[in-house]
Ligand binder design. Structure first.
Ligand SMILES: [Zn+2]
Length: 167
């Protein structure tokens, strides 16, 4: 299991590190550490405990984002993702190394964007929409991946991800 991915900035790798080491400060994790927030429920949907899995995978708006990302990558309907499958795997759906690397990076960027926007919501009460977050994910993927790929790899990527509309 690799926990480095050269396609994303350090802040995204750090986010994955925090997931892996259970250091993502969700309400449930903070509560375990004795921080009293008054509630451990999800502040975005109020429809579940704010665990790591809930925050970035199963919360209603997170799910909408994932559906768009799966659709973008032509992967069909959204499977029942777990934290392990989404972030700690090696892009198993793809057969080539570049494909695996790209898909893993896209999953990481997706989780990162969802988490960042959730936090913004907690502080500003500006409710994020899945469309807005999806756009942000596409832009970040485009910018970060193309900055980090050399020309040859970039051409191979275009073959692997002919459906990535921005590439
Ligand atoms: Zn929720």
């Amino acid at each position: 299991m690799t926990l480095r991915n050269y396609l994303v900035p350090l802040k995204v790798e750090l986010f994955i590190w925090r997931i892996r080491h259970k250091r993502l400060p969700t309400h449930v994790e903070l509560d375990k550490r004795g921080v009293d927030l008054g509630t451990v429920r999800c502040p975005v949907c109020d429809n579940g405990l704010e665990t790591v899995e809930h925050s970035i995978i199963s919360c209603s708006f997170a799910k909408e984002v994932w559906i768009k990302v799966f659709d973008w990558w032509n992967l069909g309907s959204l499977p029942n993702l777990t934290i392990n499958e989404a972030f700690l795997g090696n892009g198993h759906s793809f057969t080539t190394d570049v494909g695996k690397q790209l898909w893993q990076a896209t999953e990481w960027v997706t989780g990162y964007s969802i988490w960042k926007n959730r936090n913004a919501f907690t502080f500003t009460k500006a409710k994020p929409t899945s469309t807005m977050i999806f756009k942000e994910i596409q832009l970040n993927c485009f910018e970060w991946f193309s900055n980090r790929l050399d020309g040859g790899v970039y051409d191979r990527v275009k073959g692997v991800c002919a459906d990535m509309t921005l590439m």
